[in-house]
Design a protein around this ligand. Sequence first.
Ligand code: FE2
Length: 265
Amino acid sequence: MVKRVFIFTIFLLFVISINVLCDEFSFLVISDLHIAEKDGVKNFTVFIDQIKELKPKPDFVIVTGDIHAKSFQKIYQELKPEIPFHVVFGNHERREDRNTLKQMFPDDFKEKDFYSFVHKNVKCIVLCDAVDTGDHIGHFESEGIKGQEQQAWLERELNVDRKQYPFVFVFAHIPPSPDGKAETMYLSTNDQKALREIFKKYNPSAMFCGHLHKKFEFTIEDIPVFIVPSLNWNFENQVAGFYFVKIEGDKFYSEFIPLNLSSKN
Ligand SMILES: [Fe+2]
């Protein structure tokens, strides 16, 4: 009897481990909705419609900041998207906007402006590198970011068993720069240096950011960084769109999909 239970337990462990390895799913990343400006409401409505046509059906959406919380809350309550949302704070999210978004997504935000969650065998780390006073330069720590020692927290969050979590994605509003130089729209120089060191040590799967209002892809320490263009308006006449990220076996694929603005909306 004991032997039979032992064999069954081994079999169960094997099935569970296979399931963990074979979990396939997808998610979407959108950014800089700026809902109250220009075509914000229209484009978000088109996006919610376009999700229904995507195959495989994505499991969730992450918004990498600059949302316009009050206007977003209104359209979100009207459209009632079936797909779960997770949001990242951008420099347009002042403290009262952050409070609105924290009320909308209480499972994500606790006492801090940053959080992480696990979906299937994937860990998603949502940083807050944008302060609540509108600074366009990114920081890990500031009086304008709730929750101290974000850099140390990021290291702890990345320090996981990669057999258990083969994919770890990092999301933030303000990106590091491709060459590590100080510039207005990027993380501050020392925080960029720290991020590079941390990435080198823990090797996350990819980072997704917004803020630049253009599609831009590069690597830091061999880690792919995807700058998600705005779903509303972009520089250099770039089209609005989003990333469709698919996890398949031991690989992930990140594909840019233009917003279908020729639809009936
Ligand atoms: Fe921004």
